[in-house]
Write a protein that binds this ligand. Structure first.
Ligand SMILES: Cc1cc2nc3c(=O)[nH]c(=O)nc-3n(C[C@H](O)[C@H](O)[C@H](O)COP(=O)(O)OP(=O)(O)OC[C@H]3O[C@@H](n4cnc5c(N)ncnc54)[C@H](O)[C@@H]3O)c2cc1C
Length: 356
């Protein structure tokens, strides 16, 4: 059973540290309680500074200084997945679930998100755990980044995830942020989406009407837009285990723990020296669905050679759509895509051969 309380402000998490990152457009059509965000809003959010407020909804002030506090909202801690879904439905389209809170709470503090109710899913054991089930690995939506990083199952089957997790933020964020929260936030610079897309993972989404399975490659409808509709909960991610397969992830960041300037992940399945299947994920460079399908097509069925990898990487660099921003110009980001795709294909292939 849950109990509702009214909360007028909170400090569940610290505001994000670090610099700005691009936001191409927003916001979630499934989250009508969230208003549009522009670069100045997020610059303010990420600095975590209260020197001025640029958003259209002014924060309360103390002695003339803006405060970073959320608007009033109701709070309920769900006791089960079914109860969380019932609470979402009962409270209407302006209710949101809170997982790690590392993205949602800072946005609420700056009134970029104004849910009328928060449904806390942190106590739900149904959403935890990393386990092999048949020929898949299942990761619950509430698995923390740190748990993915420490998981022997992940290290054995999907080194791409361990590579990516090592590069996400810092231990404080990794101890709290979740797999489900990362996917549902759908930030264009988010790392796990690219890794799961390269792995051709699927997610399980439940509503009061039942469950559906959605490939991660179809999950993101755009920046901050996903397949999760009002009244639905992301339950788990399922990743297929493939034989003769290696994977790797690399990221260029301005400083340790920062969001990506560009990132790439590769998953290579070999039959001898032939690439029988390949997945290439990209982050922060405007790749639709976080993937490079043209580069995958260029490589699939061909030789696993450095020349072939470089050619596929050129295709990936050509087809992505990075934006110029404080992290660098378009040409630089395309250059990074070329380098990172080449290197991750090489490393994934070495791992598939048991050489790394
Ligand atoms: C300082 C800082 C640096 C960061 N750096 C990086 C980085 O380099 N790379 C990177 O990839 N990420 C980075 N992140 C993001 C971080 O990794 C978190 O994963 C992310 O903030 C969201 O996860 P969360 O569990 O905190 O989600 P929350 O903030 O709780 O939720 C985010 C959104 O997802 C929804 N949601 C959450 N869980 C579910 C569910 N099960 N079903 C349906 N909807 C759900 C919420 O309603 C909300 O809209 C950074 C975050 C911070 C604060």
């Amino acid at each position: 059973m849950c109990s509702w309380v009214n909360v007028t402000h909170t400090s569940l998490v610290q505001p994000p540290r670090g610099g700005q990152r691009p936001v191409e457009r927003s916001l979630n059509s499934d989250c009508p309680n969230m208003r549009d965000v522009d670069d100045s809003d997020l610059a303010h959010t990420r600095r975590g500074e209260a020197d001025h407020h640029t958003g259209p909804a002014p924060s309360p002030t103390t002695e003339g200084k803006p405060m970073q506090v959320p608007a009033q909202f109701a709070y309920a801690k769900a006791g089960s997945v079914d109860e969380a879904i019932a609470l979402l439905r009962r409270h209407g389209p302006d209710a949101l679930v809170v997982a790690g809170g590392h993205s949602l709470i800072p946005m609420m503090k700056l009134r970029l998100a104004e849910p009328t109710a928060l449904i806390d899913i942190n106590g739900l054991s149904e959403l935890t755990g990393v386990a092999v089930q048949g020929d898949e690995v299942r990761l619950g939506a509430m698995v923390r980044h740190g748990e993915v990083l420490d998981s022997p199952v992940v290290r054995e089957h999907f080194p791409i995830l361990a590579d990516a997790e090592r590069l996400i933020a810092d231990p404080i964020v990794r101890n709290r942020g979740t797999v489900g929260g990362s996917l549902c936030q759908a930030d264009p610079s988010e790392d796990l989406s690219a890794a799961f897309s390269a792995l051709r993972a699927s997610v399980v989404i439940r509503s009061a009407d039942g469950e559906r399975v959605v490939p991660v490659r179809e999950f993101h409808h755009g920046p901050y837009e996903t397949a999760v509709a009002h009244g639905e909960l992301l339950l788990e991610v399922r990743v297929p285990i493939r034989a003769a397969t290696g994977s790797a992830y690399q990221k260029i960041e301005r400083r340790a723990g920062d969001w990506a300037v560009a990132s790439a992940g590769a998953v290579v399945t070999l039959d001898g020296d032939t690439v029988v299947d390949v997945g290439i994920g990209l982050t922060a460079v405007g790749a639709p669905h976080f993937v490079a399908p043209e580069a995958e097509d260029a490589l699939r069925g061909g030789p696993a050679t450095d020349d072939a990898f470089a050619a596929a990487a050129r295709v990936a660099a050509e087809h992505c759509s990075p934006s110029a921003d404080q992290r660098g110009p378009v040409d630089y980001k395309r250059h990074l895509v070329g380098e990172l795709v080449t290197r991750t294909l090489q490393r994934a292939t070495a791992r598939a051969r048991g050489e790394a």
